[in-house]
Design a protein. Structure first.
Length: 358
């Protein structure tokens, strides 16, 4: 029941400090100052704790813009020759002033464009372009600290054209760079914690609507993860309106056919918002594959990008990414845990059957 990314805990940090090989199967860690992710047992120099990010698998680390370490080889399921070439391509993408196209990458490594695309995806789970965007997003997140100038941060992240800084930054981050830099600074967000049958529940609401719905095993972890994302906002406790919203969210979980039209403050790229809007059109009791969802938004070749958008969703049940399954009907990953996804789908199927019998 783990999300793709996890809050750094003392257990993680102790395993990294001790280079505990027993933890290699439990998590990976990325270092934002180098852009590299490693196994806990990696013999490389110990990073500063504030620079560490925790991931549950290599795909999640790559989606966040980190490339695999060449010393501990956290991506080990493929032949070393292929993996080494892909790692070199990752480094080349990172160092390029703009995201190189397939022709440029093909010339660099000697592979055909088709072979390159296929091997890159087989190792990383991403296309070269998606990895390039993830790298620039990670850099922007690092560079856009509260005292940074937006233009300097954009240039450092690889967006050098002044005419593209606003539009490209908004596309990468899902919001204007200045707004992202402030981490919600100047805004007030109300937060409520509750319990439901799936565990702990966090619901947060801005003046525009609900901006976060999270499920987890303990409320402290949910609150810590939320505060790290909105560190600049004035966080307040719930008012009567938010308490009503929490009740509506709990109803979505417990009685999925009693739908409520919740006001949502959806923060994501234009593509992500298209995917999330399509997800909201999938009725309770129904499921789609990533490919079917890509077809639904008119981009049949974007199944992997659709999967990444689903993984980036921060609004559990309100944007029902739990209704997306593999082509064979098997359960794919879920930010709030596959067991919770299974339970939500089973409830919806039962609720649908009960409604038909009435």
């Amino acid at each position: 029941m783990k999300p793709a990314t996890t809050t750094l805990t003392d257990r993680h940090w102790n395993a990294i400090c001790q280079r505990d090989s027993n933890a290699d199967s439990r998590f990976l860690y990325g270092v934002i100052s180098t852009g590299i992710f490693c196994r806990p047992s990696c013999p490389s120099r110990r990073p500063r704790q504030e620079n560490v990010r925790i991931f549950n698998d290599a795909k999640a680390a790559m989606e966040a813009g980190f490339r695999p370490c060449q010393r501990c080889r956290p991506v080990s399921a493929f032949s070393s020759a292929v993996t080494e070439t892909v790692i070199e391509l990752c480094r080349y993408i990172e160092q390029s002033p703009s995201i190189p196209n397939l022709a440029t990458l093909s010339h660099h490594c000697g592979w055909s464009r088709h072979h390159l695309q296929r091997q890159f995806k087989s190792v990383t789970g991403l296309s070269p372009r998606d990895y390039g965007l993830a790298v620039r997003r990670r850099r922007l997140e690092v560079q856009l600290h509260p005292t940074a100038r937006v233009t300097d941060a954009m240039y450092a992240a690889g967006v050098t054209s002044s005419s593209q800084r606003y539009s490209r930054g908004k596309s990468i981050l899902g919001m204007p760079p200045g707004q992202f830099r402030s981490a919600g600074r100047g805004s007030t967000i109300r937060v409520a914690l509750a319990q439901c049958s799936l565990g702990s529940l966090l619901v947060a609401e801005s003046d525009q609507g609900i901006c976060a719905i999270s499920l987890g095993d303990d409320p402290e972890g949910l609150l810590a993860e939320f505060q790290s994302r909105f560190s600049g906002a004035d966080v307040e406790g719930p008012d009567s309106n938010l308490n009503d919203r929490v009740s509506q969210v709990v109803t979505l979980i417990e009685q999925p056919h009693q739908c409520h039209a919740l006001p949502l403050d959806i923060r994501g790229t234009a593509f992500q918002q298209r995917v999330w809007k399509a997800l909201q059109a999938v009725p309770p009791g129904s499921t789609l594959s990533y490919q079917a969802l890509a077809d639904a938004i008119g981009q049949p070749g974007a199944a992997r990008a659709v999967a990444s958008a689903c993984a980036a969703n921060r609004l559990a049940v309100a944007v029902p990414c739990h209704r997306i399954v593999r082509r064979d009907g098997g359960l794919s990953g879920y930010r709030w845990g596959v067991d919770r996804k299974r339970e939500l789908l089973e409830r919806e199927a039962k609720s649908c059957a009960d409604t038909e019998q009435q």
